[in-house]
Design a protein around this ligand. Structure first.
Ligand SMILES: *Cc1c(COP(=O)(O)O)cnc(C)c1O
Length: 234
């Protein structure tokens, strides 16, 4: 069994190799270490290897880890669904939110972001596969939500995020990644603050990078398999 340090090194390497293969500049793709459901000690171990950005899906767990590890100066990214009664702790403790899909949530996060700290970095989640049960706005809704976020004083619009279809059909994946890349280019041309296309996970990070991802969200490859969480734990 590889150690956590070995798995992290391999995942980090995979990102560098895929970036090079895609003929993109070194360092143009950020690795987000998704530590959801994993113990604090695992986060500390990976942070000790130089990793700064960590992703979490469950509000309570995210805030708890951010508070306990505040002394490490890590950047916490929230990448899970947001309930409106959980926006305050997220606004107080996260550096990034990748999963904005509603006006109301964006407004609350901006209102609740404490004064005196940097604006909350946000991405709009897009339903790139148009699956009915999937979170995210439609392509047609991106511009309106972006305009709203751009007006909110305590949010900084950084880009788009997608969870593409869970499929091994490479053509389908490619289409969805390309669609996101097109929308990202459009958004970037309209807003100077936009520099992030959050797409790609353990299974599809190389294709995502091939298609223009600037941030891959990697859990399993770094921390190993997860036990599924029950909804009451969220
Ligand atoms: C869990 C999760 C990931 C990481 O998935 P892996 O397949 O374990 O790499 C990435 N993005 C989101 C939104 C997730 O919920």
């Amino acid at each position: 069994m590889p150690t956590l340090a070995e798995r992290y090194a391999a995942a980090y390497d995979q990102v560098q190799v895929a970036t090079q293969k895609a003929k993109r500049p070194a360092g143009s793709v950020k690795l987000l270490a998704v530590s959801k459901t994993k113990p604090i000690a695992d986060v500390e171990a990976v942070a000790a290897l130089g990793q700064v950005d960590f992703g979490e899906n469950y509000a309570q767990e995210a805030v708890e880890k951010a508070q306990k590890l505040a002394h490490l100066g890590l950047q916490w990214h929230f990448i899970g669904p947001i309930q409106s009664n959980k926006t305050r702790p997220l606004a107080e403790h996260m550096s990034w939110i990748h999963t904005i899909e509603r006006d109301k949530i964006a407004r609350r996060l901006s209102d609740q972001r404490p004064q005196g700290i940097e604006p909350l970095n946000v991405c709009i989640q897009v339903n790139a596969s148009s699956e009915s049960q999937k979170a995210g706005v439609s392509i047609a809704q991106i511009s309106e939500l972006a305009a709203l976020i751009d007006e909110l004083p305590n949010l900084k619009l950084r880009g788009l995020m997608a969870i593409v279809e869970n499929t091994t059909d490479q053509a389908k994946l490619g289409q969805q990644f390309d669609l996101m890349a097109q929308q990202y280019e459009w958004l970037k041309s309209h807003y100077l603050s936009v520099d992030t296309l959050s797409m790609g996970m353990t299974q599809d990070l190389a294709q995502a990078i091939q298609h223009g991802s600037t941030m891959v969200r990697v859990g399993t490859a770094i921390f190993g398999a997860r036990q599924p969480k029950t909804s009451s734990e969220q």
